[in-house]
Design a binder for this molecule. Sequence first.
Ligand SMILES: [Zn+2]
Ligand SMILES: [Zn+2]
Length: 363
Amino acid sequence: MESSRTRLAVRDGCEEAYHVKAAVYRGVRDIRIEERPVPRVGGDGILLQVEACAICGTDVRTFLNGSTTVTPPRVLGHEVCGVLRSIPSGGSDGLSVGDRVTIAPAIGCGCCRECQSGAPNMCANLRTLGLDYDGGFEEFMVVPAQARFNLVKVPDGLSSEYATLAEPLACCINGQEQVGVALGDAVVVIGAGPIGCVHVLLAKLQGALKTIVVDKVPERLAVASELGATEVVCSADDEPVGAVLKLTGQAGADVVIVACASSEAQAQALQMCGRRGRVLLFGGLPPGRIASIDTNLIHYKQIRVTGSHASTPLQNRLSVELLASKVIPAERLLTHVEPLDRINEAFDAAVAATEMKIAVRVS
Ligand SMILES: [Zn+2]
Ligand SMILES: [Zn+2]
């Protein structure tokens, strides 16, 4: 290992591990910077020196409300980019120590029907970085060996901060693959956060003619407009279903993407969706919250309703290519970076929801 950046020293042929920093989630609204020994990995282990890790909506929900899947103490963060410091002894898909990588954080078992049919994100035994394993808000992160095919090399032209966008972008690609945006479609996105804005960009890339964004925060709608939304609806001023019907000549949308955690928005999606339209429930609801929907809307309008969860390694690979080629403008989506020592300020900013995406510079 290189000594200058890792605070490792070699003395008399023995590696001496100094302590490194980790931001440890210890409970609701309680993240502390703690010192830990540099983790050691065996012959099959993968060790990542984390450079940057972005804050996901899931991290914010865990920070604010706790989570049924996260047991503290846990290092959160699954939108991660770092340098490989150790790889399995048999090599890892053309990757070498020193390569910069991002990781598809949903790790399938590899042997179930879903994994073998190319959808490891649907594995019944799914384990996720930052939830079931410690994640990226720490200087050194151990990546389980079965994630060796989830690593995606990051090209030189793409910074580590921007590469953290690969995972959320991959989740949006997964969602749009499920819902099937087509040439000429009128697409509504409910929620103008970074995820909603990514959905607008992807829908346009796939040929959507109308991209209508609904949100209650005017500043976020302004960003969506700058990124190419053809119309915006401020739900604080306008009733969104009526507004979308008006903007689509009363036909309703071909595709409605719910990119927020709101049961009301899920119900509205069915109302503003046109005949033979498609609805994507992208954002999950908090535990215990059940949407009340009129299923006759699905029946009479022949609406196809689908969901999506996480992403596959292949979708993460495509994400890195879209970011590296600047087809997706990373600089418009990532607007705030804090050092690891200021992770609480970074989470406060994420809770305030005034920035787009926020990343933590780890080392
Ligand atoms: Zn995420
Ligand atoms: Zn599986």
